[in-house]
Design a protein around this ligand. Structure first.
Ligand code: FAD
Length: 428
């Protein structure tokens, strides 16, 4: 029997999920997205940020023919990171395997373009500018509002909330007592950055992530995109935003000239103005006690388990969700009465593990950070010599998609406990 599956949210998880489901003849998909169609807007015109895709996330893309290549063509492969010191010196941290980085909006447009190329409109429709505003679980109806404030009632056989960390579907289920979720803001906030990579005689390397760290936990991170652009973020503690006192574009430019002189050379007064107007964004983490309601509703990706971006796993785990769901559908011989509850059973522990890893892998104090770098180098060296006695350290484990997040957390439990203790001690 044909299943009408409504997906809320056309982010990486929602659109990749549509690709997977449409491989099955019996699925008809409708996607509803609050924002406008990103394939129609100018690159860099929207608030976005770069995403690093590890083998885990890329494995989920690779199962759909042509997708990994399309994403690769629109991103950039970074061979390492260039760290810029306050005195203008640079230090290269090279990588063995190049890392695919792509601006979030570019990732979504690559997924959407391929979806449109592959599937006829009668099996898959995408409705932009449609925000989910209500859910009736008795009648199996989800409500949307378009940009002219017209209301739309849409019935579904299955409903999947892929609507991000502030998921409306999760919120409705929570309000109706159908699942429990805990939400917390991470202590850092950020503003998106978008700049030319080349200006005058300054050209930043096209195959490196560019990082500036300054006192007060302020970091600028820029990643090359396409040929001539850099997309990135300035990250700072939410309660100590260094840009807050700055009221004019001239003051913004002067702040960057003083604190990030190399980067400031890429900035014109117009770009300083754009940065001034760009809103400060906060990151929310989410921990749920289940991901489904009955056999009709499921949440995936950030809606189900948003994490701190500190170790770059949010999108990777969101894409992996789709792969896991696909395996569950396969295993249950497409028996939809079991699929969603089975997804919770299969995925819950890993979702909690990736949250723990994301919150507590990277220490915030200098001494532990030094130990962290030593641990990575030392374990790499020892693992090479005695592979059976020494496992690699967290980042190298995360790069292995054959290891689940729960296994990685188990192997790293002593380190995670140490970082947790240091953070608790700081609060007390
Ligand atoms: C600064 C920063 C850096 C990051 N870096 C990395 C990284 O390096 N690696 C990594 O793996 N992850 C990274 N992440 C995390 C990553 O961006 C997310 O995990 C990923 O985007 C989740 O995908 P998603 O599809 O689940 O949700 P989202 O990308 O949030 O997409 C959800 C979609 O749902 C739509 N929506 C929301 N509400 C509604 C509604 N009511 N009705 C209809 N539509 C709705 C939204 O408009 C959006 O398009 C980073 C995040 C941040 C903030």
């Amino acid at each position: 029997m044909v299943q009408k599956i409504v997906i809320v949210g056309a982010g990486p998880a929602g659109v990749l999920l549509a690709h997977y489901l449409l491989r099955r003849e019996d699925c008809q998909i409708e996607i509803y997205e609050r924002r406008s169609d990103p394939t129609l807007s100018d690159y860099g015109s929207d608030r976005s940020f770069p995403i690093s895709l590890f083998p885990r996330g890329r494995l989920a893309l690779q199962k759909i023919e042509g997708l990994d290549k399309k994403v690769g063509d629109r991103g950039s492969f970074c061979q390492g990171s260039l760290m810029y010191s306050g005195k203008g010196k640079t230090r290269l941290l090279s990588r063995k395997e190049p890392l695919l980085t792509i601006d979030r909006n570019n990732l979504v447009t690559a997924l959407l373009d391929t979806l449109r190329e592959k599937y006829e409109s009668d099996r898959c429709t995408i409705h932009f500018n449609c925000q989910c505003v209500g859910l009736d679980t008795t009648e199996n109806i989800v409500r949307f509002q378009d940009k002219d404030e017209n209301r739309l009632n849409v019935n579904y056989d299955r409903l999947i909330g892929a609507d991000g960390a502030r998921s409306s579907i999760r919120q409705y289920l929570q309000e109706q007592g159908k699942l429990n979720a805990r939400q917390e803001y991470v202590s850092d906030a950020y503003k998106s950055l978008f700049f030319p990579r080349i200006k005058g005689d300054l050209e930043l390397a096209p195959d490196k992530i560019h990082i500036w760290r300054r006192p007060g936990n302020v970091t600028v991170l820029l990643v090359p995109q396409f040929e001539k652009f850099l997309s990135g973020v300035i990250i700072f503690p939410a309660d100590r935003n260094p840009l807050e006192p700055l009221k004019t574009k001239e003051e913004i430019l002067a702040y960057f000239q003083e604190n990030f002189p190399v980067f400031a050379r890429l900035m014109s007064l117009d770009e300083a103005e754009a940065l001034l107007q760009n809103p400060v964004a906060r990151v929310l983490t989410v921990r749920c006690d289940r991901f489904h309601y009955g056999d009709r509703i499921l949440i995936v990706g950030d809606a189900a388990h948003a994490v701190s971006p500190s170790i770059g796993q949010g999108c990777n785990s969101a894409l992996e969700d789709v792969l896991v769901l696909d395996r569950v559908i396969e295993k249950s011989a497409e028996n939809w009465s079991q699929i969603f509850s089975e997804f919770t059973t299969t995925r819950l522990a890993d979702a909690h593990a990736v949250q723990e890893l994301s919150s507590y892998s990277l220490p915030r104090n200098k001494r532990l950070m030094f130990e962290f770098v030593l641990q990575i180098m030392g374990r790499r060296f020892l693992h090479k010599l005695f592979p059976n006695s020494f496992k690699p350290f967290i980042f190298d484990l995360l790069a292995n998609p054959d290891l689940s997040y729960s296994e990685i957390l188990h192997s790293s439990r002593n380190w995670i406990a140490k970082v947790k203790r240091s953070q608790k001690a700081k609060i007390e």
